[in-house]
Write a protein that binds this ligand. Structure first.
Ligand code: GLV
Length: 324
């Protein structure tokens, strides 16, 4: 019997799986206060920082299972050095996160949140050709995808096949397998920014992607463009984004992630026109959250049974950088 400490609010079926495997589940409310001395498996959330000091407090630890696809919250090198497996939850959240990306893109372009507020506040606009709350068309426009991993490709499929959009993308290298069928064109970030009506971010957070979108990037974008970020907040310099929106350098933003969650830059909170702010909900559907929890549990149970984890990070076959 092993002790599995969990920061995640697991579902009944996960608890049953752990029991069936003969292990003990211990719910912890904060990593900092938890007694990890006997913990062999740790299930954590992306808001938990698992650094060398935390690992040091857990001498029996064999696996850290992050219930997220991103894993920049974990010191993977320190874990690997100690022989501790680290796992994430890729694939199961790809389609839901792509759905959410399109939801934000449509909401920002068609001003759905502003419209909802107007109706609720009794400000139903009079019908007119130059209608208050008129939006920006999405269909047939050009979408620039930055980071063509699993989620980027799922967004591209929806945009291309659902909305007839032209797809441009920038990634570490061209992806001919993704280009096929989507007529997607690979280009430099600079070219993509100058040519896209919508720019959607799907890169992991790494030292290279920190503030990839800064004042210069916004200068390069079209003044009619809308930025969508469901990746990681710190890929965008929020102060520079707020300024670009305030000065009309770009037209709007649909954001799901922030540099210092749960805090949001105060200047962003003041902006309404073509700006939609969601609280990190990319994978937040009933079905997907269950699938993520299930995958995390299966990773833990595999390691505790002496088997390799299903979705280790970094993935063993690819010597790749992290991807979303
Ligand atoms: C969410 O942001 C994730 O990485 O799964």
């Amino acid at each position: 019997m092993a002790i599995i400490a969990s920061r995640a609010d697991l579902f009944p079926e996960n608890i049953a799986d752990v029991k069936r495997a003969g292990h003990r589940l211990q719910s912890i409310d904060a990593i900092a206060r938890a007694d990890l001395r006997s913990t062999e498996a740790l299930i954590c959330l992306l808001s938990d920082r698992i650094d060398a000091a935390v690992l040091h407090r857990a001498p029996q630890l064999r696996v850290v299972a992050n219930v997220a696809v991103g894993y920049e919250n974990i010191d993977v090198d320190a874990a690997t050095e100690r022989g501790i497996h680290v796992t994430n939850t890729p694939d199961v959240l790809t389609e839901s996160t792509a759905d959410h990306t399109l939801a934000l893109l449509l909401a920002a372009a068609r001003r759905i949140v502003e419209a909802d507020t107007a109706v609720r506040e009794g400000r139903f606009p009079t019908w007119g050709l130059q209608q208050a709350l008129s939006g920006i068309d999405v269909h047939g426009k050009t979408l620039g995808i930055v980071g063509m991993g699993r989620i980027g490709a799922a967004v591209a499929r929806r945009a291309r096949h659902g909305f007839g959009m032209s797809i441009l993308y920038h990634a570490r290298a061209p992806k001919p397998d993704v280009e096929n069928g989507l007529d997607a064109r690979y280009m430099s970030l600079e070219q993509l920014l100058a040519s896209s009506d919508f720019v959607s971010l799907h890169v992991p957070f790494t030292p290279e992607t920190h503030h990839l979108f800064d004042a210069l990037a916004f200068e390069r974008m079209k003044s009619s463009a809308i930025l969508i970020n469901v990746a990681r907040g710190a890929v965008v310099d929020e102060a520079a984004l707020a300024q670009a929106l305030q000065t009309g350098q770009i037209a709007g933003a649909g954001l799901d992630v922030y540099e210092d969650e749960p805090n949001v830059h105060p200047e962003l909170l003041k902006l309404k026109k073509h700006v939609v702010l969601a609280p990190h909900l990319g994978s937040a559907t009933e079905e997907t959250r269950r699938a993520m929890a299930d995958l995390a549990i299966r990773n833990v149970l595999a390691v505790l049974a002496g088997k390799p984890p299903l979705t280790p990070v970094p993935p063993p076959s690819t010597h790749e950088q992290p991807k979303m």
